[in-house]
Design a protein around this ligand. Structure first.
Ligand code: RIB
Ligand code: CA
Length: 312
């Protein structure tokens, strides 16, 4: 029997984070060893409560949830409450989870788990990279113990979603993203442009949400606000960024096309702060530090999402 892959998820739930977490909960090949929580989509208090609630709904109240940094490293940023709701979960007024977070800070949990699962750990980042940057500042040797590092973030041709040039996770804390990209010799990147190319028809998502399961019923509630916002602005497809990154992380065999390139973060640009600048023509001489997702098997992706929602 193949041993399960230890999986650590850093996340800022967020409605699309929630879908990615449900996918991870439903994957038999991975053992979730912790959830570390970032501020981003909404404030840290909300993202922690949302993570705890989703674990409870999914029957995973056993999972350790670690609160992380409440703010970006240097500059304050605007949240994404307009997309996810003020509380990050569609403002449905759910009763709080019975269980609380761990006392250990997210950055310390990341370091501890990197030692406990040295050389085996799959680290998936679904939010701003503040917690991982702080962990790196505490212990620069962290990357050497991480087997795979998958990041949802960036916009590799500057088609941003929060500014014309930048994607939300990177733009929320560009300095953290810079620290992380400088420290990790390699990461796998599911950027916003790949997300846009792998949308779901809203009508199809509505079908999936008819599944008779507590996860589907809860998700149908928290998704409504995002659905409305998305339909108004992006038409008949919904784009679940973190779900695509989680598909790449959990089932890399579904990747149909990817490309390796040097990627860096713009920190100073007036119009471009937070942009992920890809050296497409290798003009800088920097090494390829990112494997950028281009195409994922859409049918396989949708089957993972549908199964995650229907899981009992
Ligand atoms: O740009 C999309 C990303 O920003 C997703 O991770 C979403 O949850 C928000 O964090
Ligand atoms: Ca997220």
């Amino acid at each position: 029997m193949t041993a399960k892959i230890p999986l650590l998820i850093d996340t800022d739930p967020g409605v699309d984070d929630a879908l990615a977490l449900l996918m991870a909960f439903n994957d038999p090949g991975h053992d979730i060893v912790g959830l570390t929580i970032a501020a981003g989509n909404v404030g840290l208090g909300h993202t922690v409560r949302n993570a705890l609630k989703l674990c409870e709904i999914a029957g995973r109240a056993d999972l350790p949830v670690h609160a992380g940094c409440a703010d970006p490293l240097l500059h304050p940023s605007v949240d994404a409450a307009h997309v996810h709701g003020v509380d990050g979960f569609g403002d449905v007024g759910y009763p709080p989870a019975a269980q609380g977070p761990q006392a250990e800070h997210a950055a310390l949990a990341i370091l501890r788990l990197s030692h406990e699962y040295a050389g085996e750990l799959l680290l998936v980042a679904l939010g701003p990279l503040t917690n991982i940057a702080v962990a790196l500042k505490l212990d620069p040797t962290l990357p050497g113990r991480i087997k795979r590092f998958v990041v949802m973030g960036g916009a590799v041709s500057a088609h941003g979603n929060i500014t014309p040039a930048a994607e939300f996770n990177i733009a929320f804390d560009p300095e953290a993203a810079h620290v992380v990209l400088q420290a990790f010799p390699h990461l796998e990147l599911a950027d916003w442009e790949a997300v846009v190319a792998h949308g779901f028809l809203h009508a199809r998502v509505e079908q999936w949400l008819q599944a008779d399961s507590p996860r589907a019923r809860f998700y149908e509630l928290i998704y409504r606000q995002t659905r409305g916002w998305s339909a108004d602005r992006r038409g008949d497809h919904w784009h679940s960024a973190d779900a695509l990154a989680m598909a790449m992380a959990l089932q890399p065999e579904g990747v149909l096309e990817q490309v390796d390139r040097p990627v860096a973060v713009e920190l100073a640009g007036t119009l471009t702060r937070g942009a992920t600048v890809v050296d497409w023509n290798r003009q800088t001489g920097r090494p390829d530090n990112a494997t950028v997702l281009v195409r994922y098997d859409q049918d396989h992706f949708e089957s993972l999402v549908r199964a995650a929602l229907a899981a009992g």
